[in-house]
Write a protein that binds this ligand. Structure first.
Ligand code: TYD
Length: 386
């Protein structure tokens, strides 16, 4: 298999088995239609991007039943508010300027820009409608170069482009990057936030690999890919969301070079352009699976789960943990409740039953929200799945 970005032959480092679409929670009468995809992880020795092998069709993931709503976490709402403040206070968006968010979900971020020229681009109809109903201006489309041309024709070029946990999802990366470059004004900036490959490596959080996330970037890979597409990585910051993320600030290539001192730190501390790091990671993943299964078998089917995350789909299907080991998973998202988890078909139940049931041993699948969730239960033995 060749790299989707630079066409170099990829090197495989991890096989997570056959996996269903990670966020596709199912009604009990719909199980026969479920499809599985081989989740293998690859490293590109040329541009250093990590990417998955087989991908479902994007329309099968992002449609009118998309189960991820940005607004489910109060912490994330605050996080987006702070990013909006940074954009406003840092004068990145001039008076009368234009901001575009790609992957605008239910509008949680863009609601901070009511009254400004803004546009969300979101392919999943259900979340997009939620945003529009709340007065956020949106285009219900998959972003690519062609859509960038259309936006430019109608609205003009953007001062600020934002992608948060969306850029890794967009399989047509070449077209997306050409589109972003075109859409960005000569003085414009693109702010992209995504799970940081270095954090995934450090925590060995292999559950962040699922078929919605096609690509994973290190600082080195992002910088290299930007150059390939006539852009320049101008600044980077670590962000404490989604288990450790990185925020990349990108400009056109001909803008003044960055004088951001932290850039050197990333360069110095990262070592993610060598394949053996990934081979070692794969060995640790196997150990983690063993440890998790031992713990589950010791509890003899008396464990429950908290947070029906996409991440849980990877762990449950890789470890083959079904209702014989985890009875149910509690979650606050209405569209997931009353359905079954992808692949292993564990019932998803409303969060309010958690207090009533008062479970003792709970697998925290939403470990990235641990601070927010730990407040919810007393006397619980929380178990990490990874
Ligand atoms: P998320 O962090 O988006 O993880 P992923 O990208 O792997 O799906 O999902 C968090 C899930 O946890 C989401 O389904 C909502 C749920 N949740 C709760 O049930 N209770 C909570 O207090 C929080 C913060 C999240």
């Amino acid at each position: 298999m060749n790299c989707r970005i630079c066409n170099t032959t990829l090197k495989r480092f991890l096989d997570l088995g056959w996996q269903p679409i990670a966020n596709k929670f199912l009604k009990a009468d719909n199980l026969a239609k479920e499809r599985f995809y081989h989740l293998e992880m690859f490293f590109c020795p040329e541009c250093y991007t990590v990417q998955i092998g087989q991908c479902p069709k994007k329309e099968d993931i992002f449609n009118d039943e998309y189960a991820f709503f940005s607004s489910t976490s109060e912490y994330m709402k605050l996080h987006f508010k702070k990013l909006a403040d940074e954009i406003k206070e840092g004068k990145m968006l001039p008076r009368g300027g234009f901001i575009v968010e790609i992957g605008s979900n239910d509008g949680t971020f863009l609601k901070n820009f009511y009254g400004d020229n803004h546009l969300g681009v979101e392919p999943s109809t259900n979340v997009c409608l939620d945003a529009m109903n709340d007065g956020v201006i949106c285009l219900n489309k998959f972003f690519n170069e062609e859509i960038a041309d259309r936006i430019i024709d109608i609205y003009g070029k953007a001062d600020v482009i934002v992608t948060t946990n969306c850029f890794p999802h967009m399989i047509e990366r070449r077209s997306v990057l050409k589109g972003i470059r075109k859409l960005m004004k000569p003085s414009g900036i693109w702010i992209n936030e995504e799970a940081y490959l270095q954090s995934i490596m450090e925590k060995c959080s292999y559950d962040q690999f699922y078929n919605e996330h096609v690509y994973f970037s290190s600082f080195a890979s992002f910088k290299k890919v930007m150059k390939m597409f006539g852009m320049s990585l101008w600044r980077a910051r670590l962000i404490p969301v989604h288990g450790g993320s990185i925020r990349f600030y990108t400009t056109h290539e001909d803008i003044a070079p960055s004088n951001d001192l932290l850039m050197h730190d990333f360069e110095r501390t990262e070592n993610l352009n060598v394949f053996h790091r990934f081979e070692h990671f794969a060995e640790v993943v196997k150990m983690k699976r063993k440890r998790f299964l031992n713990r589950m078998f010791a509890l003899n089917g008396n464990a429950v789960g908290y947070g029906a995350t996409a991440k849980s789909t990877t762990v449950l299907n890789y470890c083959k943990v079904g209702t014989h080991l985890i009875k149910r998973i509690y979650d606050t998202t209405p569209i997931k409740q009353g359905k079954l988890s992808p692949g292993m078909h564990i019932p998803i139940v409303p969060y309010y039953e958690f207090e009533r049931d008062n479970p003792k041993d709970v697998v925290l699948f939403a470990w990235n929200h641990a601070n927010e969730i730990h407040e919810k239960g007393k006397g619980i033995r929380w178990i990490l799945p990874i």
